[in-house]
Design a protein around this ligand. Structure first.
Ligand SMILES: [Zn+2]
Length: 500
């Protein structure tokens, strides 16, 4: 079949928009642009490696490969050769639009999380203009000709000025709401200008405002988890204005303007790669558990010290805990971080020879790395003991119960199929999905007092695994489920006209 004439593709990522939130808004008549897209196109579920971690989803989308291949699970990466954490940098990752650009397709991309700039000479590429989660702490863009528009003609995104980390008082939440609303409006304005002035054949615009708001406002979404939140939380949530629904409505309004500007001929794809569900704070006790169960050891410490730490934090004896410990979670919280939970740049000073497994700092799931010989520079677990070690940890986790008998762990995922596969892996070996009971913090479990991550105060939403895709294309595209790894192929097919 002959290729058809190329027509533009507009892809809009509504980062971390929960499918149920979008469907509810459409059904309530609050999202007319998305409603129209639903009528003219098709709704699909998007499956991604979100069960491993929220940091996997965008690199998976833009490289078309999974985390076992691109190696990104978080904005903090484990460096086994150095036995330390390093801030994510985009070394080695190439987004699919680089190839498009090489082939002469004009490309425009705005605020794609984790995506490196490829040095476009035309079109536009902008990172961290108003990101949910900043990696570099400054805006970068190409080509240089965009300077006037970005530095003078369009106001800066409120996220680039106001941090919302730890926001949980009503006033701070209202400010966050206003920033999301205004940010979405400005983003629409900027995207319209960019597309009008550079006319890309492929545009990718990411709206992070709903992601930002959902982490803090999830208890205000009516079907978010009626039994999970207290009546008091729900009542207080009603005072937050602008609300999550207001922000969804504003994003829809901007999407409507963008679709209109592209004209009827354009292919339009609006999507999220993962969603949102209820949470309360963030369980941050995996390292305590592993220590107390003798999987890890801090230099100079015994398993008993882990128990003391777990207890002393709760008992208000913080001042008596070793200085290095207190700093563990409070050390240099990166200033550029906004909503994403602050992460330590360091992990404890482990005695590696006595450490078989250790926790990596996380924004959601528990992440466990096996201290594997031949992979970790100071590995202590021989390859042949990898499976048994994982099983032993899994058993310990699955047995965890609150005092009233509820399981703390919902699931434990192994990321490598075999020990040999694990050898080349940089992502965590095990991923712990906490059960809802793990959010009743602090709590006492088997003589340990477990607590939340101090920087996660006020977080009422955590990521849910599934996203959505609403698409109106020329091929009458229809699929019940789309994998995040194949979305770039769908976009390329639409661009090239080779659909059959
Ligand atoms: Zn998030």
């Amino acid at each position: 079949m002959k290729p058809k004439k190329a027509r533009p593709v507009l892809a809009i990522g509504i980062d971390a928009a929960e499918p149920a939130l979008i469907r509810t808004s459409i059904e309530a008549g609050d999202s007319p642009a998305l409603k129209r897209l639903l009528e003219e196109g098709a709704w699909s579920t998007v499956a991604s490696p979100a069960p491993i971690g929220s940091g996997t989803v965008w690199p998976t989308f833009f490289t078309g490969t999974g985390p076992e291949s691109h190696g990104i699970h978080s904005d903090w990466c484990w460096r086994p050769e150095e036995m330390s954490l390093a801030r994510y940098d985009d070394r080695g990752l190439t987004p699919f639009w680089k190839r498009l650009d090489d082939e002469g397709v004009r490309v425009g991309v705005l605020d794609v999380p984790f995506a490196p700039l490829v040095g476009l000479k035309e079109g536009f590429e902008i990172s961290e203009w108003g990101a949910h989660d900043t990696l570099e702490g400054r805006m970068k863009f190409a080509p240089e000709s965009l300077d006037a528009m970005l530095s003078r003609e369009i106001a800066p995104h409120p996220f680039s000025m106001n941090g919302h980390r730890g926001a949980h008082e009503l006033e701070a939440l209202k400010q966050l709401g206003r920033d999301c609303l205004e940010g979405a409006r400005l983003r629409g304005e900027l995207a319209l200008r960019l597309i009008a002035e550079t006319a890309p054949a492929f545009s990718l615009i990411v709206f992070p405002e709903i992601h930002h708001a959902s982490h803090k406002f999830w208890h205000t979404f009516p079907s978010a988890g009626d039994a999970f939140y207290s009546r008091d939380e729900v009542e207080k949530g009603k005072l937050i204005k602008p609300s999550l629904s207001d922000i969804v409505r504003e994003v829809d309004r901007q999407i409507g303007r963008l679709i209109e500007a592209m004209g009827d001929e354009a292919t339009v794809m609006v999507f999220s790669l993962h969603g949102m569900r209820q949470a309360r704070g963030l369980p941050a006790f995996l390292d305590v558990l592993l220590g107390a169960h003798s999987f890890s050891r801090i230099a100079g410490w015994s398993a008993q010290s882990w128990r003391e730490r777990g207890l002393s934090l709760f008992a208000g004896l913080k001042r008596r805990t070793p200085a290095g410990l207190k700093k563990l979670y409070h050390r240099r919280l990166p200033q550029e971080m906004t909503n994403k939970l602050a992460q330590p740049t360091m992990i404890p000073a482990y005695d590696w020879s006595e450490t078989r497994a250790f926790a990596l700092p996380s924004d959601q799931h528990g992440w466990i790395r096996i201290n594997l010989s031949g992979r970790e520079a100071k590995g202590s677990v021989p390859l042949e003991s990898y499976d048994a070690t994982c099983l032993e940890i899994e058993e310990m986790l699955r047995e965890l119960r609150t005092e009233d008998g509820q399981a703390l762990v919902h699931d434990v995922i192994r990321t490598a199929e075999t020990a040999r596969d694990a050898l080349s892996q940089v992502i965590p070996d095990m991923v712990v999905h906490w059960a809802d009971a793990a959010f009743n913090l602090p709590m006492r479990v088997g003589g340990l007092m477990l607590e939340a991550h101090p920087a996660a105060t006020g977080q009422t939403g955590q990521h849910a695994p599934l996203g959505f895709c609403l698409m109106k294309g020329r091929a009458g595209f229809k699929a019940q489920t789309i994998w995040a790894t194949e979305m770039h192929s769908i976009i390329k097919a639409e661009l090239s006209g080779n659909l059959d």
